[in-house]
Write a protein that binds this ligand. Sequence first.
Ligand code: ADP
Ligand code: MG
Length: 494
Amino acid sequence: MTNAYQLFCYLYPQLMVEKYQVVIGLEVHVQLQTKSKLFTGDSAAFGAAPNTNISPIALAHPGTLPMMNKKVIEYAVKLGIALNCDIEQHNYFARKNYLYPDLPKGYQISQHTTPICKNGFVKIKLGDGEKKILLNRIHIEEDAGKSLHDVDEHFTSIDLNRAGVPLLEVVTEPCLHSSNEAFAYLTEVRKIVRWLNICDGNMEEGSMRCDANVSIRLKGDTTLGTRVEVKNLNSIRNVKRAIDVEVLRLITLVESNTPIIQETRSYNADDNTTFSLRTKEEADDYRYFADPDLTPFTITDNFLTEIKSALPELPEALEKKYTAVLNLSAYDAATICSDKDLVNYFEEIIKHSSNTKAAANWLLGPIKAYLNDAQLALHQFNILPKTIADLILLIDEGKVNFSNASTKIFTALLVDKEKTPLQLATALNLIQESDTDSIEAWVNEAIAKMPDKVIEFKSGKKGLIGLFAGEVKKISKGKADMQLVNKLLNEKLN
Ligand code: ADP
Ligand code: MG
C-alpha cells in the first residue's frame, strides 16, 4: 500500500509536467581572485586558519575607513564586457542593513540602484540550437563571514576571514525554462570567469555559488508564479538536481490545491530533497542608503577602452576562428575552447607546427587520455608543446608512424625529458624506412611470396591489399613507411 502510494506520488507530478512551464532565475556569486579584500588590505585568500585574515576595517570598528580596491572594478568591467552588458559609468556603494552572526558590522556594502553592469546576455548551446540567457544585472558586493556548525558541539563558530572578500553577483532574468538550461548556463559562466582569470569557478569550495529561483505556471500564462529560492547548491550538477526535485514538489502542491508560499529552501544532496529555511512573506527591508564612508566613483572612457583592449579573445570568437581558419571540426574547436589551459597548450603547439588538425588530435587524443588516466591537470603535464610539434613533424615526414609515436615514443618522452622525439625514436628502433628502393624490394618480396593471392586480387578481391601490406610490415620488421608501402602495392598490383 505505502509503496503503491509512494509510486503514485512520484509518478503523478511527472505525468503533469506537460501542463506547466518551469521558470527559473539564477543568482550567481562570483568570488574574485584578488590579493586583498574589497575595501581593506587584508588577504582575500581561501583556506587560512580561521580569523587570521581580518582587520578592524573589515569589521567596521569605529573610526576606520574603507578604501576601494581598484582591481575589483577592473574585474567587474571585464566580466560585464565579456557578458555583453552595458557598463554603468557613475557608481556608488550602498549599505544593505541586516544583522546576522556572520555580519557583525550590521550591514553589507553592496550596490543598490547603480549595478556596475546591466542587461547583457550569456549564449548557451542546447541540443537543438542556441539560446540567449538574459542578464538583469551584475553588481559588486562584499562577502560575509562564515558560520561553522560542526566545530563545537554546543556553539556555532564564526570565521570572518571571508568577510569583505569581493564578489560579483550575476543575476539573470526569469528566463530559463529547464534544469538543462540552468546547467548549460552555469557551465558557460564558469568557463568565462576562468577564462578571464577573475575566479577559479570552484563551486565545491564556494568560490562560485548559485541560488536558484524556481516557479511554475500553466503553459501559456504570462504572469509569474510564486517562486521559491533554493540555496546551498555546491555543484552545477546539484543545481540541476535541485531544480528537478523542486519542480516536482511545486507541481504536486499546485495539483493538490495547496498554495505555494514564497520561501527560501535548502538542498540536501544526500537524499536529493529540499527543506524550508525561512519564509519570505513580507518584502525584506534592508534600509539601503549610500555608504557615507565611500565616495561615488566614475568609470572613465579611458579606463573602459584600456580594459576592452586588454581583454583576451573570448571563447566564442576563438571557436569560430578554429573552425573557419584552422579547419578544426566543430567538436574539436568547442572542446579546446571549453578550457583556457587547453587553448594555451594548443596555441603553443601550433606556434611550431602548421598541422593544426594533428595538434588538436594529439591534445584531445593521447595527451588527454594520459592526463585522465594519471589524474593530472594539464599544467602538471611535463611534455612541452614544442616537443609534441616535433613529434607531429616526424610523423608527417614519414619517419615514424602514429601508432608508435602515440604509444612508445610518447611514453618514453614522459620519462626522458632531455631527449628529442627523433633521438628516442632512433634509440627505440622505430625510424621507418622511407627509402623507395628498399621498400620496393620488400614489396616485391611480399608479392612474390603469394602468387595465388595476386590472382585473387586481380579478379576483384581488393581487400587483399591489407594482407600484402601486413606481409611487408613483417618482412621489414615494422620499419617500412606504410603510406609508401600502400602506394607501391597499389601501383604494382593494379
Ligand atoms: P531577491 O534579491 O529578493 O532574491 P530579485 O528580484 O533580485 O530578488 O530576483 C532574484 C532572482 O529571482 C532573479 O534571477 C529573478 O530572475 C528571479 N525571479 C524573480 N521572480 C521569479 C519567479 N517568479 N520565478 C522564477 N524566478 C524568479
Ligand atoms: Mg535572491
